[in-house]
Design a protein around this ligand. Structure first.
Ligand code: AMP
Ligand code: MG
Length: 346
C-alpha cells in the first residue's frame, strides 16, 4: 500500500522530475542532423526512468521493450516484491534461481573481497532498519546497529550452479547495483533491435548506448552535490559506456538537526564518512559502475582509486571541501563548469 502510494507520488511528480531525478543527466546530444528522438518516462525501481531513443522513425515499441526489461529485472531483484528471487532468498536463506541472477550475486562477492568489505550486499538488515528514503526512516539505537552488524559479512554468501545461500540470519540488498544492472539488461535488449543510439537513465545510472551521430560524444552533466537537483558542476563527454553516481544527497534522513545519508559503512553500521559528497564512475558495465560508485563512496579517494585500477574504471570524486579528483583516463573528457569547485592538483 505504502509502496503504491510512493509510486503514485513519483508518477504525479514525474514531469517535474524529468531532469531533477537524474544524478547524471544528458545535457544535449550535439547532433548536426537530428534523427527522430522517441522519449518515454516511466517509474520503476523506485525512480524515474528516462528513455531517449534515436532512429530514423518512431521507436515507441522499443521504448516499451526497455520499460518491460527494467520491470522484469525489478521483479527478480526487489527486496519488497514477495514474488522476487531476492525476497525468497531473504526469507529462506537460500534460493534456486537462474545462472544469470546467481552470477550477479557471485560478482557482488568478488567486489566485496576486492574492496575489503566497503561494498557488501549483506547490509540488508541494516538498510531496512535505517530505511533511509522511505517514510518510516529512523536512526536506530546503537544496540540495534551492533546486533545487525553481526549479520553483515559478504564472505558467507555462497553460489553454486544457480543456487544461492546466505549465512545464518543474513539479508541481502541489491540497491547498490540494481540500477546499473538495469542498464546492462537494457543494453542486451537494445542489441536485439535495430536501434544504434540511445540514452537510458535509471536513477543514478545512465546507459549511453552507441555514439551520438557522426561519432560525436554525449554531454553528460555531473550533478552539483550541494546544489539543486538540476544543477551541475561539470560535464563529461562520453559515448558507448555506463555512468553511475553515488551521492550523499540522494536519500537523506534529518533527525535532531543531523543529516544521515543512505550509503552505509558496513564496518560501523552508520552512514559512511569518508569525506566524499559524491563519486561518479564511468566504465563499460552498468553493474560495475554502480557497484564501484558505492564501494568508492565508502572507501574515499585514495583507496577508491586503487580499486578502480583493478577494474579499469574511471571516476570523478567530489570531496567535502569541493575538491574534484578525476582519474587519469577521464581527465581529457571532463570539464569543470562551476566556480565553487577546484580540480585537485591544480
Ligand atoms: P548507491 O546509491 O548505488 O550507492 O546505492 C545505495 C544503496 O545500496 C542503499 O540505498 C542501500 O540499499 C544499499 N547500500 C548501502 N550501503 C551499502 C554498502 N556499503 N554496500 C552495498 N550496498 C549498500
Ligand atoms: Mg551503486
Amino acid at each position: 500500500m505504502e509502496n503504491r502510494k510512493t509510486i503514485k507520488t513519483l508518477l504525479v511528480s514525474a514531469a517535474v522530475l524529468l531532469v531533477a531525478a537524474l544524478l547524471v543527466f544528458v545535457i544535449n546530444d550535439s547532433l548536426d542532423k537530428k534523427p527522430v528522438e522517441t522519449q518515454k518516462y516511466c517509474v520503476a525501481m523506485g525512480t524515474v526512468i528516462t528513455e531517449k531513443i534515436y532512429s530514423d522513425k518512431d521507436a515507441s515499441d522499443v521504448c516499451d521493450g526497455v520499460e518491460k526489461t527494467i520491470k522484469n529485472l525489478e521483479g527478480v531483484i526487489s527486496r519488497r516484491d514477495e514474488s522476487s528471487v531476492i525476497y525468497s532468498l531473504n526469507k529462506n536463506g537460500k534460493v534456486k534461481t537462474d545462472e544469470k541472477t546467481a552470477d550477479v550475486i557471485s560478482r557482488c562477492g568478488e567486489i566485496y573481497s576486492d574492496c575489503g568489505g566497503a561494498f557488501d550486499i549483506t547490509v540488508g538488515k541494516l538498510t531496512s532498519m535505517w530505511n533511509i528514503g522511505e517514510e518510516n526512516a529512523r536512526v536506530p539505537e546503537e544496540k540495534e546497529i551492533k546486533d545487525a552488524l553481526t549479520y553483515v559479512d559478504g564472505s558467507l554468501v555462497k553460489t553454486n550452479q544457480g543456487a544461492v545461500m546466505l549465512g545464518e540470519g543474513q539479508k541481502v540488498d541489491l540497491g547498490a547495483v540494481g540500477k546499473g544492472l538495469a542498464c546492462d539488461y537494457v543494453r542486451d535488449y537494445l542489441e536485439t533491435t535495430p536501434i544504434k543510439s540511445a540514452v537510458i537513465s535509471v536513477g543514478g545510472s545512465v546507459l549511453l548506448f552507441g555514439d551520438s551521430e557522426k561519432d560525436k560524444k554525449w554531454s553528460v552533466a555531473v550533478r552539483d552535490p550541494s546544489g539543486e537537483s538540476d544543477e551541475y558542476m561539470g560535464v563529461l563527454s562520453l559515448s558507448d559506456c555506463c555512468v553511475s553516481t553515488s551521492g550523499d544527497y540522494e536519500r537523506v534522513l534529518e533527525s535532531d538537526g543531523k543529516k544521515y545519508h543512505h550509503i552505509l559503512d558496513p564496518k560501523t553500521g552508520y552512514p559512511s564518512d569518508s569525506g566524499l559528497k559524491s563519486v561518479t564512475i564511468v566504465c563499460d558495465s552498468g553493474f560495475l559502475s554502480d557497484a564501484l560508485s558505492t564501494a568508492c563512496f565508502v572507501l574515499g579517494v585514495k583507496e577508491g582509486e586503487k580499486l578502480l585500477r583493478k577494474y579499469n574504471a574511471e571516476a570523478v570524486f567530489i570531496d567535502n571541501e569541493n575538491r574534484v579528483y578525476v582519474t587519469d583516463g577521464l581527465i581529457s573528457s571532463f570539464s569543470l563548469t562551476s566556480e565553487g569547485y577546484t580540480l585537485a592538483g591544480e
